[in-house]
Design a protein around this ligand. Structure first.
Ligand code: 0X9
Ligand code: ZN
Ligand code: ZN
Length: 305
């Protein structure tokens, strides 16, 4: 059965989406924004106090890369904390009164399922590639941001294959369409990955600094300080290209260039001891500390409205 401090299969997560929504009708609504390549429904949760007029929003996704299991666990944890601390934690109450948070618990569902059933280290989507027997595209090389110019491969057998064209992947197109459609209200884009303990922001497709570099860096450093305050976990903040590696076609750079200023990629625990195979005993501490960083960023977004 579903547990917040365990890794949950896609079936469990799907049941959880239904039950957490019906159990919290005043704070959560859900919508299917599209289907994956293999036809699975992509459920998006909207968390926030209902309001007559449209509220500003934050979009957060987890599980762009299949094997990064701690990340769907974080999206589930975030939803639980939001509904269980609304009304008692002033920061969360304020956040959900003033904004909506769109949460996509698993972006790359087909890959996630495959990482449970066939290959724990699978990263990409599961779409076929013409002229190749290799499957899948890296969804975080498939966005239309300097597409396939650097740090991405045009070989379908590569782990960083950029796809046949920008948004060739159904999942990428679904998310990009949703963000484009809701661009007037989306003030921040958070995408959760693992591992390395980094808080990255644009750009990754170029070493040029983003126009908002100073503000993005200071918010990232504040968020990393908040995260570290709980268990001492150290994060490094900076633009992707110089902090991790240059890589084009990422969702953060795409959202930023669309006009979503607060575009951040989290790389959660750890720094390599367990890597993608982070033990379940670390789910709770990882999620609790990450909550502080996400809430810090959200508070800054509210102040900027
Ligand atoms: O390479 C990636 O897509 C991310 N690292 S991971 O180990 N989770 O695969 C980093 C993404 C940073 N942002 C961009 N490259 N746009
Ligand atoms: Zn990743
Ligand atoms: Zn908690």
């Amino acid at each position: 059965s579903h547990a917040y401090d365990k890794y949950n299969s896609w079936d469990k997560i799907q049941e959880w989406v239904t039950s957490v929504t019906s159990g919290n009708p005043n704070l959560i609504s859900r919508e299917v924004i599209g289907n994956t390549y293999e036809g699975r429904p992509m459920h998006l949760l909207k968390i926030g106090k209902q309001s007559g007029s449209p509220k500003p929003a934050i979009f957060m996704d987890c599980g762009i890369h299949a094997r990064e299991w701690i990340t769907p666990a974080f999206c589930q944890w975030f939803v639980k904390e939001a509904v269980s601390t609304y009304g008692s934690d002033p920061q969360m109450t304020d956040l959900l009164n003033q904004m909506d948070i769109f949460v996509l618990p698993v972006f790359n569902i087909d890959g996630y399922v495959y990482s449970w059933t066939n290959n724990r280290m699978w990263r990409k989507t599961r779409s076929t590639n013409s002229g190749s027997s290799c499957l899948g595209t890296d969804p975080n090389r498939n966005f239309d941001a300097g597409w396939c110019t650097i740090g991405a491969s045009s070989n379908p057998c590569s782990e960083t294959y950029c796809g046949s064209r920008p948004e060739s992947e159904a999942e990428v197109k679904v998310v990009a369409d949703f963000i484009r459609k809701n661009k007037p209200i989306i003030k921040a884009y958070l995408t959760i990955h693992s591992y390395s303990q980094l808080l990255l922001f644009p750009y990754s497709y170029t070493t040029q600094l983003a126009p908002d570099h100073k503000e993005l860096l200071s918010v990232a450093e504040g968020a990393a300080d908040a995260l570290r305050s709980l268990y001492g976990t150290k994060y490094t903040s900076g633009p992707g290209a110089v902090t991790i590696y240059p890589a084009a076609g990422g969702s953060d750079d795409w959202a930023y260039d669309l006009g979503v200023k607060y575009a951040y990629t989290f790389e959660l625990r750890d720094t390599g001891r367990y890597g993608f195979l982070l033990p379940e005993s670390q789910i709770k501490p990882t999620c609790e500390e990450t909550m502080l960083a996400v809430k810090y960023i959200a508070a800054h977004v509210i102040n900027s409205l």
